[in-house]
Write a protein that binds this ligand. Sequence first.
Ligand code: AGP
Length: 597
Amino acid sequence: MYNTNIMCGIIGYCGRETAAPVVFEGLRRVEYRGYDSAGIATFNNGTLLLCKDVGKLGEIESRHHLSKMLGNTAIGHTRWATHGGVTQANAHPHCDCTSTIAVVHNGIIDNYQELRKQLSTNGHRFTSETDTEVIPHLIEEEMKNKRSLEEAVLAIAPKLKGSYAFLAMSSRDTDKIVGTRKDSPLAIGLGNGAFFAASDVLACSGIANKLIPLADTEIAVLARDSAEFYDAAGRKLTKKPTNLKTQWLDTDKQSYDYFMLKEIMEQPEALEAAVRQDKKAFTEIAMDILRAGQVIVTACGTSRYAALVGRYLFSKVGRKFCDVVMASEFHYFADSVDRNTVVLAVSQSGETADVIEGVKRARDNKAMIVSIVNRPQSQLANMSDHVIYLNCGPEQCVAATKSFLSQLAVFYLLSFSMVNSFDKAVKDIKGMKSKVAKTIEWNNERLKRLSERLKYKHDFYYIARGINFAIASEGALKLKEVSYIHAEGMPAGELKHGTLALIEQGTPVAVICPNDYTYDETMSNAMEAKSRGAYIIALSDRKNQIFDFWVKIPKVSELLYPMITVIPLQLLAYHTAVSLGKDPDKPRNLAKSVTVK
Ligand code: AGP
């Protein structure tokens, strides 16, 4: 038996319209959370209709016409499996023995084997290998005792160990959806005469204009004309909806072939949005960081590379050293976190399980938590003392691009706020808008042609020094995740300590060498690679005869180069993926929000 529904997208709709097209559209928007299989359940004239299959949503739609299912209440699921079969039986929704209760779930039920054993002993028949399937069977048991769906959900939730957000429907009340969560996201959306529940606000964008966050263990009961909320003890709660920002309503690719390119192109505007911050609050956070006994930044993947640039800025501008700890390793260091520690957690989604886990431990040890997030109403934001939003709107490509640039801008603002220069930092970043646009304009077509030439290479190396070192790592990560070509990024000085052995005739080496204090030394390292046959792709504002391919970038001040040098590397990764026929928005084996540890 396997856990097969670790990171997924769920959505439910109750309203006057036919539900399936709305749910299908919501699933399409959150498909980046998983795309192994998908399914929808609706009630039509009291009968449960269920359709699910393996494959991407579009493929399932063309085979089964999911969006044409009838009924005004529906739940849907799009799945990302870590291990175990990607099969139709394992796809969601899952039902009870009588096929009158349907459930979609995101998370892991840790004690599912034990529960399944007990339920099987009581005569329940299981049709999938998933942990999720215990939920409809547990609800069935409770509803046999004349409990309503919400009473049944309240009764079974304490029996579930692990993390979950799930939605349930029952033929006993076909206009109702009951949802609850623990350590997995679930937001409630309100639209015109309709209610939604979804693991991601993006699923509701365009259809909901208000949001209600659901706290851990709370229960939402959505009906056609009402939404009610209860705590775990069944006490009714009053909740205040908040407006959904209009930028979160834009979820279209517009004229672009892929979200990745659209999001790369949106970066000049993203910079402008990132500096729309409250100066007073920013300065206070910066002072807390300066006063702290120790500062630890924790993040994963691309967000961690932004943190590494931030570490450099904190040291250079604020003269404050901080450590950057990979979030999946952070809790092993929890013993040295105390009330004099500021933990800065960086996460586009605000839902990354490794980050959440570390922050929980740091909170238990009384550290101050400051988070830098993009997605509204995230778990991370909810558990932080201070939240800084990136404001760059929805990022739908699994590969992060514009959120990275926004994170760089926020770190720049924070570091200059440490020396009371918030306004100067805002001005500097605004000035970068045109430089980023220029970098794209100068290089997009040329990098497309370069990617055609290099797309069959097996290995790429990326080197840089100082503040740009993390950009080398970020460039390599981008190429790996969207084109599946092996790539490594490292400080230029490290190359000769081992990796140089891998350089052969024609091996592409991207050298990030702006004309600053690192130029001469980086050039020496590039020369060492070139002497062994490397093909030098150089990102610089100063030409050198050793370059085989020059990616010209505008001159900017030393601390702002990362905001420029990352752009051509994103474009190179994008064009390589597309010229290899890969879908850069949905790379194999990956998902946008990694809600599993
Ligand atoms: C970025 O391109 C990757 N998809 C991935 O490394 C990502 O940055 C990481 O999973 C962290 O996500 P978060 O920022 O939402 O926490």
